[in-house]
Design a protein around this ligand. Structure first.
Ligand code: CO
Length: 497
């Protein structure tokens, strides 16, 4: 059973600007076009989650919850979709279950319908609580497969993962190709297998980075995919999704014609084309297709970081050696998909192995925590010799990492005190205490009326500086190495999650 016509999820309000404009689009720039977006007839509009929550408070002086509320008023007919990082919620570390549960409950209450749940390691233990909570509040739980290429990432393994997600209560399955690696014929095979062997609707998500995205989307359609993620053309391509209007045009007059109105879409695209100019300082400078991900199977953003880190250390001439070392470390680490935080873990260790001249002589705390199992279970076992070099005789944990965390909501409620006006503020604080406190203090001081001006000034000062925090380990897992954190500031491409 396949949904016909092909349904589209437009990412213009989340992944498109997260990928192209460093997640900086303000709610004020979304509201004027919201009712037009609502007229289109998308299956869903992805408009929240991922990096938007942090970015709203950190860079835009906006209450992230208000975005959902105000858009929902103007878009009553469209499903709202968000990206939920499993046990990492919308952050970069594992949070306790009570924080995750409160987050899901309030998200549903303000208007989120579809929760796309994923884990960077495809460890279902890091997704099961999120899926359960989404089901409890009556949301649509979408289980994700993080797509990568390695000897242990086979189509049959992905099918097994999708069945596990179905058994955990998934209403649909997402193929989440966050690095833009998936090739068209692999897409065809994967979608076909999922459609015949899992029995759930399949949604296809990729990035244009390597230039294959539209071909892959079309092969997904041919294989019977139900929903495809695209972005309105004026914020599409490059590291974002393939253009909505082009896919609509490609399918026009075919049995799977989307039926969407190209004139309406063109009008919306014109609007966002103008909006984009305001955020020019946040553009990556990428001019077109970046094929390096095909060459090395290393995401483009990670390669840029390797280059800049080596340059900082005066070791730029060792780039080729690091490039050769990276897949070796990835294999020893159990072939994690290279996304935040595993991309930093693998990239840093590979660099240290080369620069110090001795493999695993210097090991950052984050790598130790990864080997200890605090991020979850890697796709393949970690090399036993490497494990010994990294953590000696220490035994990795075998439980779900979040089982080691104390509940967080009561503590957050106490800590934030009267700065919180409602449960949503408490959750914002529980997730990002260092970002939420100054935000809530500014609000309490009545700074709201100047918020837009302050944010605009801050934004212009932040040019080329990505202030996103480095990945942090579980709370129980100790502190990281400062120099490592400074050296490994994730680039904007890494926010593609
Ligand atoms: Co994405």
């Amino acid at each position: 059973m396949t949904l016909n016509p092909v349904q589209l999820c437009d990412t213009i309000l989340r992944d498109a600007h997260q990928s192209l404009l460093a997640t900086r689009m303000r709610t004020d720039d979304m509201l004027p076009i919201a009712s037009k977006l609502d007229e289109v007839g998308f299956w869903s509009v992805e408009m929240w989650g991922g990096a938007t929550f942090d970015s709203a408070m950190r860079f835009l002086n906006e209450n992230p919850w208000d975005r959902v509320r105000s858009l929902k008023r103007l878009m009553p007919n469209t499903r709202f979709q968000m990206l939920l990082r499993g046990q990492n919620v919308v952050g970069y570390k594992h949070y306790p279950d009570d924080v995750l549960q409160a987050f899901v409950k309030q998200s549903k209450a303000v208007g989120i319908d579809v929760f796309r749940v994923f884990d960077a390691l495809n460890d279902v233990r890091n997704m099961e609580a999120a899926m359960r909570f989404v089901n409890e509040v009556g949301g649509h739980a979408q289980g994700s497969i993080c797509y990568t290429i390695s000897p242990v990432h086979t189509i049959s393994q992905y099918v097994i993962l999708a069945r596990q997600l179905r058994d955990l209560g998934a209403n649909s399955i997402a193929i989440k190709d966050m690095a833009g690696m998936i090739a068209p014929y692999d897409t065809y095979e994967l979608v076909g297998e999922l459609k015949t062997k899992v029995g759930l609707p399949v949604q296809f998500h990729t990035h244009y980075t390597s230039g294959m995205a539209m071909a892959s989307a079309l092969k997904a359609v041919e294989a019977g995919v139900d929903i495809v993620d695209t972005a309105i053309s004026s914020l599409s391509g490059l590291t974002a999704q393939p253009p909505t209007e082009s896919l609509v045009a490609i399918l026009r007059g075919t049995p799977r014609d989307t039926g969407l109105n190209l004139n309406l879409l063109a009008e919306i695209s014109g609007y966002f084309g103008e909006v984009r100019k305001k955020y020019q300082t946040f553009e990556s400078g990428l001019q077109g297709v970046d094929v390096r991900v095909l060459q090395f199977q290393i995401p483009g953003g990670m390669l840029s970081n390797l280059t800049s880190q080596l340059r900082q250390q005066g070791a730029a001439h060792r780039y080729e050696e690091v490039l050769a070392e990276t897949p070796r470390v990835r294999e020893e680490m159990g072939f994690p998909p290279l996304v935040t935080p595993s991309s930093q873990i693998v990239g840093t260790q590979a660099t240290l192995n080369v620069v110090t001249g001795q493999r695993y002589k210097v090991v950052p705390e984050e790598v130790k925590n990864y080997v200890r199992g605090y991020y979850g279970r890697p796709p393949a076992p970690i090399d036993p010799e490497v494990r010994k070099l990294v953590i000696g005789d220490e035994q990795p944990i075998s439980c779900r990492p979040a089982d080691l965390l104390e509940p967080g909501m009561d503590k957050a409620r106490q800590d934030v005190g009267e700065l919180a006006r409602d449960e949503q503020d408490v959750i914002s604080y529980a997730l990002f205490p260092q970002v939420a406190r100054p935000f809530l203090e500014r609000r309490a001081a009545g700074a709201d009326e100047h918020a837009a001006v302050i944010a605009a000034i801050a934004a212009s000062l932040a040019v080329q500086v990505d202030q996103r925090p480095a990945a942090r380990p579980c709370q129980k897992a100790g502190q990281g190495v400062n120099s490592w954190k400074q050296a490994w500031r994730p680039s904007r491409q890494w926010t593609n999650l």
